[in-house]
Design a protein around this ligand. Structure first.
Ligand SMILES: [Zn+2]
Length: 444
């Protein structure tokens, strides 16, 4: 990865290859995030049913500003910005035919072997007052979800100035409050077109640090990661993983582990708490449609939500200010959330892909563990790493770099007693999420 030098940056020193992700995180600006959240609030309402003609108020003005702002901050880079329109004729929260319009910024990967591999980061720019179908009342949506929108925008503005191997899409989606329509439209089209979404992160409600009881927590961020999807018919690869205790090692949880690892490496002042659950009770988010299409997808949300400032028409009741107003957003915290996202996406998009064809040899009864796999296609792969942990542990506890081979035996480590994973790493130390090795039984 290297930083692209624009004419305006010509005086800057050449970027050293050491720790480029640290440099990138230094580009994340709390001031720009605050300005963007305040600007989004200034459109009065961004309800998906609000006015689309005005240049000052409503969701149309908001999305035109988001697109123009992304084009401005990505000028001179390879990033492209486009509207992505999904028409919905009717629904419980869609009283009339409505166009749900996402703003999609795409940073193409620079490595030919990795360009098709795509990571998606989103926030939803639509908002709601107390009534989700009210398109006229003020709905500032500073935290839900101008905060997540500002994170996605900040990533676009920062990452577009760097070369990443894989493709990264940053998007502001509409229709979340109506029923995840913008995200669903994108995810369905992605699946239909064969897009390889290797990981998706939605940032939704990532800006409040004061719990309803007044306690403040600026040091934690929740990451919701589903295990086995709750569906009656399971796909064959899932069933195969379940047969050997791989229920916590499907791609979404492996993605969560990789994000947690990147956060721990690069962002010391914000701890990612992985929660093994699809989402909070009674809530949902834009990762759902991606999960439903079979893509690994997770959700970031602040540690302690204050529901007085979500989905509420701004008003004072019994001396209490209700409403999702900017005064309840901690902009410095949102910047930390943006840094966690940037660290995770930059390391994922720089790292090799998840190794393919990983299998654990089950040819005889033995006390050793032998894993075999296919070589990765990327030219900068430096080697492979076998990781393992107790079957009851959540995070990897042991690792062994085994070099650039396609088969390795861990002598004296019993496959019966641990869960294993296989990662690939590149010359700069960027590590892929782990593959869960399925059993290789003796050929009959
Ligand atoms: Zn939301």
């Amino acid at each position: 990865m290297r930083k692209i030098l624009l004419a305006t940056l010509a005086a800057a020193p050449l970027v050293a290859s050491a720790a480029p992700i640290d440099r990138m995180l230094g580009d994340v600006s709390a001031a720009r995030i605050e300005a963007n959240i305040r600007k989004l609030v200034s459109f009065g309402t961004r309800n998906s049913l609000s006015d689309t003609d005005s240049d000052a108020r409503g969701i149309g003005a908001a999305r035109r500003w988001i697109k123009a702002e992304l084009e401005r901050c990505g000028a001179g880079t390879r990033m492209t910005v486009a509207f992505d329109v999904h028409r919905v004729e009717s629904g419980s929260r869609v009283p009339r035919p409505t166009d749900f319009v996402n703003v999609v910024a795409t940073i193409p990967g620079v490595q030919p072997e990795s360009r098709a591999r795509t990571y998606v980061v989103s926030g939803h720019y639509d908002s709601m007052p107390s009534d989700p179908t009210d398109g006229t009342t003020d709905a500032p949506g500073a935290n839900d979800d101008a905060s997540g929108t500002a994170v996605a925008m900040e990533l676009a503005c920062v990452l577009s100035h760097y070369d990443l191997d894989a493709t990264v899409i940053l998007m502001a989606v509409a229709g979340e409050e109506q029923g995840l329509y913008g995200s669903a439209g994108f995810a369905k089209a992605a699946r239909a077109s064969g897009m390889q979404v290797a990981g998706m992160i939605t940032n939704d409600i990532v800006g409040n640090t004061r719990a309803p009881d007044g306690t403040v927590n600026r040091d934690r961020l929740r990451l919701f990661a589903e295990g086995v999807a709750a569906q009656k018919e399971l796909p064959d690869p899932v069933v195969q993983a379940l047969r050997t205790g791989g229920e916590n090692d499907l791609p979404t949880r492996q993605l969560a582990r990789a994000i947690e690892d990147a956060a721990r490496t690069y962002v010391k002042d914000l701890r990612v708490d992985v929660i093994w659950r699809r989402d909070r009770y009674l809530r949902g988010g834009d990762h759902f449609p991606f999960l439903d299409e079979g893509y690994p997808a997770v959700r970031f949300t602040e540690p302690a939500e204050d529901w007085r400032h979500q989905h509420q028409t701004p008003r004072v009741e019994n001396g209490v200010q209700l409403g999702d107003l900017p005064e309840f957003v901690d902009f410095g915290y949102v910047a930390k959330v943006a840094r966690v996202n940037a660290a995770a996406i930059a390391s994922l998009a720089s790292a090799p892909s998840v190794p393919r064809g990983a299998q654990i040899e089950a040819l005889r009864l033995e006390g050793d563990t032998t894993i075999r796999w296919q070589p990765n296609p990327e030219p900068d792969v430096a080697g492979y790493r076998i990781v393992w942990r107790a079957t009851t542990a959540a995070r990897w506890e042991h690792s062994r770099d085994v070099g650039k081979v396609e088969r390795f035996t861990l002598t004296g480590v019993s496959k019966d007693d641990f869960v294993f994973g296989l990662q690939a790493y590149d010359r700069d130390g960027n590590v892929s999420p782990a593959a869960y090795p399925t059993p290789y039984y003796p050929p009959r």
